[in-house]
Write a protein that binds this ligand. Structure first.
Ligand SMILES: *Cc1c(COP(=O)(O)O)cnc(C)c1O
Length: 350
């Protein structure tokens, strides 16, 4: 079976982790500092704070906004439970919004209809596609960019993550750059990130304030930092895979829009079938050839369903979860495997 995902680890990555293991310092230390510096270089300034996960980064970014208790934070339905968890943990109230059927990102029109009074919006750049941050900012809303699936991608010449109040990243095993686990908050506003850091540094402080251990280890940071040096190669290889799959799309099957536009980081290649039954047949067609494909967000995972809201108010998220299938898109794939996946895809008849 060709796996849907698999972390790509080079001998340089192993050497970077090995050096930490031999150094006598495993907890948060110099490698975490170097990872944060690398993000400042990548983003041309600002400040970065590495934490234990993408969810922790989201939680800390929302918390650091100092919203009034119970303040509304808009989140897209088509995303993971981490968003809902982070909003609730930070003491805010989630307001779930439908998405666009072409980008799968939060829909600015639905935002006006479903969360007009939200002070803050979390813009997830889904599978690398860019959410419309400018439109989401309408009316002075604060936008947090969730770049867990778009690290290094650009839109209209701007790095994703540089248009909102702050950006969050994840280094989970299936992400673009991994440390096994881990996360990071970046913002141009250095003082904002220093408040995030203050919360993370819970130990040995002169005065007490509620803080928490959300630290990343140097082992994780060394791995993520080593992978980050290959970001441009990772982007180019993913774009190459996307190009090959797009050229092989059979009649009736589409893909998420913009996979090759600009300088996108294609985190996943998501095919779109006309309906649920053809999506299931496509999945079976691939599986029987030994290719593992997954449904990126299952219907029961849609946030409006977790929150017990009527599905009828979220037609786009419902439809996207019914019709999408994610194909293997990772750096362990060989050219032969990519050719095999492409030809298998091409042979499908809707
Ligand atoms: C992975 C992911 C998260 C959560 O990151 P973890 O490191 O797994 O906690 C949040 N948002 C999005 C869009 C993600 O893809």
């Amino acid at each position: 079976m060709i796996p849907h995902n698999r972390p790509f680890i080079t001998t340089d990555d192993i050497a970077a982790v090995d050096a930490v293991l031999r150094s006598g310092w495993l907890a948060e230390g110099p490698a975490v500092g170097r990872l944060e510096e690398s993000f400042k270089v990548l983003f041309g300034g600002g400040e970065a704070c590495a934490v234990s996960s993408g969810t922790a980064a989201l939680f800390l970014a929302i918390k650091t906004l100092d919203l009034e208790p119970g303040c509304l934070v808009a989140i897209p339905s088509y995303s993971c439970s981490a968003l809902l968890n982070a909003v609730i943990m930070a003491g805010a109230r989630p307001r779930i919004v439908d998405v666009r059927t072409d980008t799968f990102c939060i829909d600015p029109v639905a935002l006006e209809a479903q969360a007009r009074d939200a002070h803050c919006v979390i813009a997830v750049h889904v599978f690398g596609a860019s959410a419309d941050v400018a439109a989401l900012k309408t009316g002075g809303r604060v936008v947090l960019e969730d770049c867990c699936q778009s690290l290094g991608g650009q839109h209209a010449g701007m790095l994703l993550g540089t248009s909102g109040a702050a950006a969050v990243f994840s280094f989970y095993a299936s992400k673009i750059v991994t440390g096994g686990q881990g996360g990071l908050v970046w913002a141009r506003d250095r003082e904002f990130v220093e408040r995030v850091r203050d919360y993370r540094e819970f130990d040995g402080r002169a005065t007490y304030a509620p803080r928490f251990n959300l630290q990343m280890t140097d082992i994780q940071a060394a791995l993520a930092g080593s992978q980050l040096t290959r970001l441009e190669d990772i982007r180019a290889r993913r774009a190459e895979i996307a190009r090959r799959y797009l050229a092989a799309l059979p009649d009736g099957i589409k893909a998420q829009v913009g996979l090759l536009s600009g300088h996108r980081m294609a985190h996943r290649f998501v095919a779109v079938a006309p309906d649920l039954s053809s999506r299931e047949r496509l999945r079976e067609h691939m599986r029987s050839a030994g290719i593992e494909c997954t449904v990126p967000v299952e219907k029961f995972e849609l946030l409006h369903r977790y929150w017990n809201l009527a599905p009828a108010a979220f037609p786009a998220a419902e439809s996207v979860s019914d019709t999408t299938l994610s194909l293997p898109m990772h750096l362990c794939l060989t050219d032969d495997e990519i050719a095999f996946i492409s030809s298998t895809l091409q042979q499908f008849r809707t």
